[in-house]
Design a protein around this ligand. Structure first.
Ligand SMILES: Cc1cc2nc3c(=O)[nH]c(=O)nc-3n(C[C@H](O)[C@H](O)[C@H](O)COP(=O)(O)OP(=O)(O)OC[C@H]3O[C@@H](n4cnc5c(N)ncnc54)[C@H](O)[C@@H]3O)c2cc1C
Length: 376
């Protein structure tokens, strides 16, 4: 039997919605409040133990059926010549082990819809466009008032608000702000037929990759070094992205360039990172996902770590005799794994900015992937 009866989850994205599933699987009554009405974003790739987390959450088959199967570890991570498109390097292997399930890429709004539907089937109550107003904690629980006028009382409050978490500021006022990681990521979902020669292409202006997602189009992420953090207008983002495409002559990149129009939606976001040192909880309030540990997309594992957080939280709440015991055990299992992902991702970004030999990047990734192949 679970060591708590009720939980509130603030933020219903990758960490929050899946933590709701994991807690509901243990018989906990769960409320979720999520500010946004609409799920946004491009693609998410889940590999290694993150894919196993989808199995434990009971949504792997559906995600696999709606997403792009077998993605990581195959052609999508090959490094190709920006001049000709030929494969230069197959890219480092993702974690695997006997019994591992294949990785999968999925359109982010599709993934969130699958997770939400599953949470609702398990009885989770989800309110969109709603957040907390006040939070009062005492020895026996947390009382929360909400922007829709409701009040609730919970045994546990889970903050899954992402990298800009306000709860983090409230609960851990001394925590550092997210740090700039020196790079800008521009993402684009390209409509139309799949483009051949999937993989990563690099030039002195930056790098970009692409792969096809059934039903959603071709996902194109790119990474460009920038000197300092600042706001980029849509026109600037478009000019930087067009400039990057124009440095590459490979046939696939010319095809992408031909599909770029003035109305193409480009998502520009600077890479930032944060890792809450020590514990991610105080009393009955726990932070998970990007609220506690966010990083750049160099390993493509931020969302995977959020999924692992969710599963481990469910397991510990289900197995421990008391909440403090569960939270202490949760931290014991999560901290070093997550630290590895955050620190490796930041270092990979630095190596790229230093224009270090590609072999250094592969060596670092291979070492980290092999550690992450062990159970969470
Ligand atoms: C370019 C890029 C590519 C990436 N690719 C991958 C990938 O391929 N695979 C992978 O595993 N990871 C990837 N990641 C990382 C991944 O996107 C994040 O780690 C993941 O989104 C974290 O999930 P989260 O639920 O913690 O936070 P978020 O996804 O940021 O969600 C936070 C949610 O909380 C809500 N919210 C915020 N404040 C409140 C509030 N006060 N009340 C209620 N709701 C609130 C927000 O609306 C939002 O829905 C990528 C990241 C980037 C930047």
């Amino acid at each position: 039997m679970a060591c708590i009866s009720t939980a509130l989850i603030v933020g219903g994205s990758i960490a929050g919605m899946n933590a709701a599933i994991a807690l509901a699987q243990q018989g906990v009554t769960v409320d979720v409040v999520e500010l946004s009405h609409e799920a946004l974003g491009a693609s998410l790739a889940f590999s290694g133990r993150a894919a196993m987390a989808l199995v434990e959450l009971g949504i792997y088959d559906e995600v696999y059926a709606t997403g792009r199967p077998d993605l990581p570890g195959n052609t999508a991570v090959s490094i190709r010549s920006a001049a000709t498109g030929e494969i230069l390097n197959p890219g480092p292997a993702r974690p695997t082990w006997p019994g591992a399930v294949p990785g999968v890429g999925v359109f982010r709004p599709t993934f969130l819809a699958v997770a939400q539907a599953h949470a609702e089937r398990l009885g989770v109550r989800i309110r969109k466009g709603v957040t907390y107003e006040t939070i009062e904690e005492d020895a026996d629980g947390v009382t929360v008032t909400f922007t829709d006028g409701e009040t609730g009382r919970y045994d546990l409050l889970v903050g899954a608000e992402g990298i800009r978490s306000k709860l983090r500021e409230k609960v851990f006022p001394d925590a550092p702000a997210p740090k700039f990681a020196g790079q800008l990521s521009i993402r684009w979902m390209v409509p139309g037929e799949p483009v051949p020669d999937e993989g990563w292409y690099a030039s002195p202006a930056g790098r970009l990759g692409f792969y096809y997602l059934p039903g959603a189009g071709t996902y194109v992420p790119s990474v460009i070094n920038i000197p300092e953090p600042r706001w980029y207008s849509q026109d600037e983002v478009r000019a930087i992205f067009t400039g990057l495409l124009d440095t590459m002559q490979a046939p696939a990149i010319r095809e992408l360039r031909a599909r770029l129009t003035d109305s193409s939606e480009l998502i520009g976001r600077q890479f930032e990172w944060i890792l809450l040192e020590d514990r991610w909880y105080k009393g009955r309030i726990l932070l998970i996902g990007d609220a506690a540990h966010a990083t750049s997309a160099h390993m493509g594992m931020g969302g995977g770590m959020a999924l692992e957080d969710a599963v481990v939280l469910g397991q510990e709440i289900g197995g421990a005799a008391t909440l403090p015991e569960a939270l202490a055990q949760f931290m014991e299992r999560r901290y070093e794994r997550v630290k590895l992902v955050v620190e490796t991702s930041v270092r990979l970004g630095q190596l790229e900015q230093e224009r270090a030999p590609h072999s250094e990047n592969v060596a670092l990734l291979t070492k980290a992937f092999s550690k992450l192949g062990t159970p969470y």
